[in-house]
Design a protein around this ligand. Structure first.
Ligand code: AHM
Ligand code: MG
Length: 338
């Protein structure tokens, strides 16, 4: 039960509007994302009871087989934004093309969203997520695709929802990263993680080690380094890989650590999508003092070439990401001493 002094997401956003001149329109978008998250949390919880587990049979724009819940989540998000004029358009993992939203033609905002992160976890009751980034329209008159292909540093807000033991919404509007836990009885997101700070270094790592022999030799050396024994650097690091980026990232944010998805044979440019997976999470983690990179450059500086662009991704504690970059650049001797 929430305490009487609990701060709801709406109250928090109102206070942020006053403290940091966050625009009321942006607050309304974030509140509506909170609403969509409640709809999704309810459906994810009962999916096995209402015939929503399993595949639907089609592939999405980046070649993944869609689950019934992927399609449900995408439809639910579109519905949550279709009639209220809050956003002018949407880019989604589950839509081949960007979607214009007629009611929002005069809105200043565009949304990039992965409605359901961790699709492989739906049928095993594993953690799931939603990832979102909000952008201000660059110029009116261009197509949504033209307007949205801007570096992640231009996002005005971003965040994720994690559906697990509890449903947790983390957002940033450029003034720290804040987490809210859903109180189901109240039907409200309540502030539970104010101003999250990502530890500078962790001792967990997350990556699909099944791809070890497909990864560049430098990354394999990095894994050898992480699994070597050295008490002064708290090695070996412990492996945690949940199948949901949001879940692994959230662990790194709270306890420190690193998540990486390098290129492999089936994903020669990386698997994760810049616009609605990497860039939003990069904004959140940077606001919490962590960092996010391709392994070579800051994610937020990358200008997308297409809405479903896939890139190599590493995110988490700043010192761990820096070390990964050192290894990738071949400066192993420098890196190993740090
Ligand atoms: P999704 O949005 O289709 O679920 O894809 C993204 C997911 C990440 O959440 C997760 O870390 C990764 O893909 C898992 O991929 P793999 O099974 O190749 O390790
Ligand atoms: Mg995804």
């Amino acid at each position: 039960m929430a305490s009487p002094v609990a701060v709801t997401l709406s109250q928090h956003l109102l206070a942020e509007e006053q403290k940091h001149a966050v625009s009321p329109e942006l607050s309304r978008i974030l509140i509506q994302i909170g609403y969509a998250a409640k709809v999704l949390a309810r459906e994810f919880t009962r999916a096995a009871l209402v015939g929503k587990l399993g595949l639907i049979g089609d592939k999405n724009a980046t070649g993944d087989y869609q689950k019934k819940l992927d399609v449900y989540a995408n439809d639910a998000v579109i519905e949550a934004f279709s009639d209220n004029g809050l956003v002018a358009g949407m880019v989604s993992e589950e839509l081949e093309k960007e979607k214009e939203i007629a009611s929002g033609s005069s809105s200043d905002y565009l949304m990039c969203i992965d409605p359901l992160d961790g699709s492989s976890n739906t049928d095993i009751n594993g953690a799931l997520g939603t990832i979102f980034g909000i952008r201000r329209r660059a110029k009116r008159g261009g197509t949504i695709a033209e307007e949205v292909l801007r570096p992640g540093s231009e996002q005005v807000a971003a965040g994720y929802v994690m559906y697990s033991n509890s449903t947790l919404l983390v957002y940033t509007a450029g003034h720290g990263a804040h987490g809210f836990t859903l109180d189901r009885e109240l039907g409200e997101f309540i502030l539970s993680h104010e101003n999250i700070r990502c530890p500078a270094r962790g001792h967990y790592y997350s990556g699909n080690l099944g791809k070890f022999y497909e990864w560049p030799a430098e990354i394999r050396k990095y894994i050898e380094y992480l699994t070597d024994h050295d008490a002064s650097t708290r090695r070996p690091y412990s492996l945690r890989y949940s199948g949901a980026l949001v879940g692994d990232l959230h662990r790194s944010l709270i306890e420190g650590g690193i998540y990486f998805y390098p290129p492999d044979t089936s994903h020669p440019t990386g698997k994760l999508r810049l616009m609605y997976e990497c860039a939003p999470l990069a904004m959140v983690v940077e606001q919490a003092g962590g960092s996010a990179s391709t392994g070579e450059r800051r994610i937020l500086d990358v200008r997308p070439e297409s809405i479903h662009q896939q890139i190599p991704f590493v995110i988490g504690s700043a010192a761990d990401v820096a070390l990964y970059e050192h290894f990738l650049s071949g400066q192993r001797s420098v890196a190993a001493k740090s």
